[in-house]
Design a protein around this ligand. Structure first.
Ligand SMILES: [Zn+2]
Ligand SMILES: [Zn+2]
Length: 340
């Protein structure tokens, strides 16, 4: 039996933390539930999930759809599309069976790349060029959620870029339903007629998507900028992120929430130094620690952050560097802030 390999390449940067990642997680479950009850898909479909933030990682290697368990998606810092492409190319090279003189290999893989923001690596990278040259023959659909980010980087790796107007649950679910119907269409054609998907298939797929959900044009500007602080709870030592969002390059960052992350956050994060930020650029209600409910957080001399209780600011040990210090209120200070 020839397999139909599906690669889901999912942005798990900080901007996805919270509702968006939950929606994606549930979307993958809806997708596989639909595929396992489709007679053609259940015979041929294999799914792989690659997550990317500042670094990329295979979360689920190519797995038969009937055995596929939707993975728990991590969160990382940064959006490195080149690294995602490198991991994807490696997976295709090692897991997808090529034709040999004796036997037919797998069907051409279908690739779906999902992101909600602009990559912060160079999209004209060697990886992107290599992708276009050697893997451009595969059906690759890049989907941008929301119109707040520049889609140029996605356009550089595939002609098939779809932009959803909103980043709502409805949009995420619609995306996965559409992925599901596209895979079912492809597997049916392969099963019934022994035909392979091609570029014209993408056009056909696109027709199955509610046009009202899609943006009319590819956005070419970034209107939203995220600032992310990586914090550890001083009581549990567990990490979380505090996310701030800035609109229309105002330079003012509004607190947007605190989200617990796993230790794999550090594994998926880029180590590059972020932008220089003044504490005066931060505004909004300080989110409390999601692990112990401490109402605030403070900046250690090691340039990392820890949750703080305003009643106990003396002799506090930093869970990152283990140095002990007294904390207080400062008029203004500067720090390096990451982005998602
Ligand atoms: Zn805490
Ligand atoms: Zn420290």
């Amino acid at each position: 039996m020839r397999r139909l390999p599906i690669f889901l390449v999912i942005d798990v940067s900080e901007s996805m933390a919270g509702k968006a990642i939950d929606d994606v997680q549930y979307g993958i479950k809806m997708l596989t539930d639909a595929l396992v009850s489709n007679p053609f898909a259940m015979e041929t479909v294999y799914i792989s999930v690659i997550a990317f933030a500042g670094k990329a990682k295979t979360i689920t290697p190519l797995t038969y759809v009937m055995d596929f368990i939707p993975p728990k998606l991590p969160i990382g810092c940064g959006t490195n599309l080149s690294d995602a492409l490198k991991v994807l190319m490696c997976e295709i090279d090692t897991k997808v069976k090529k034709n040999t003189p004796e036997t037919k290999g797998d069907w051409k893989p279908l690739i779906f790349i999902l992101t909600d923001g602009i990559p912060n690596d160079n999209y004209k990278s060697a990886a992107a060029a290599q992708w276009k040259m050697n893997y451009g023959k595969y059906s690759t659909i890049a989907v941008l959620m929301g119109e707040n980010s520049d889609a140029t980087a996605l356009k550089a790796i595939t002609d098939d870029v779809l932009v959803f107007k909103e980043t709502t649950q409805e949009s995420y679910y619609a995306f996965f339903k559409w992925v599901s119907s596209s895979i079912q269409t492809s597997s049916k054609e392969m099963g019934e007629y022994g035909k392979e998907g091609n570029a014209s298939n993408i056009e056909k797929f696109r027709k199955n998507l509610d046009a009202d959900l899609l943006a009319d044009n590819l956005p070419i500007e970034n209107n939203v900028d995220f600032l992310v602080l990586t914090v550890r709870c001083q009581k549990t030592k567990k990490p979380y992120i505090v996310r701030y969002v800035s609109h229309n390059r105002s330079g003012i960052y509004m607190a947007d929430g605190a989200y617990p992350v796993g230790e794999d956050y550090f594994e998926l994060s880029s180590t590059e130094v972020g932008k220089n930020i003044s504490s005066r650029q931060l505004t909004g209600v300080t989110p409390s620690c999601p692990h112990c409910n401490n109402p605030g957080f403070g900046h250690c001399n090691c340039d990392k952050w820890l949750c703080l209780d305003q009643e106990h600011l003396k002799n506090v040990t930093c869970p990152f560097c283990e140095s002990t210090a007294d904390y207080g209120n400062y008029d203004e200070f500067h720090f390096n802030g990451g982005r998602g």
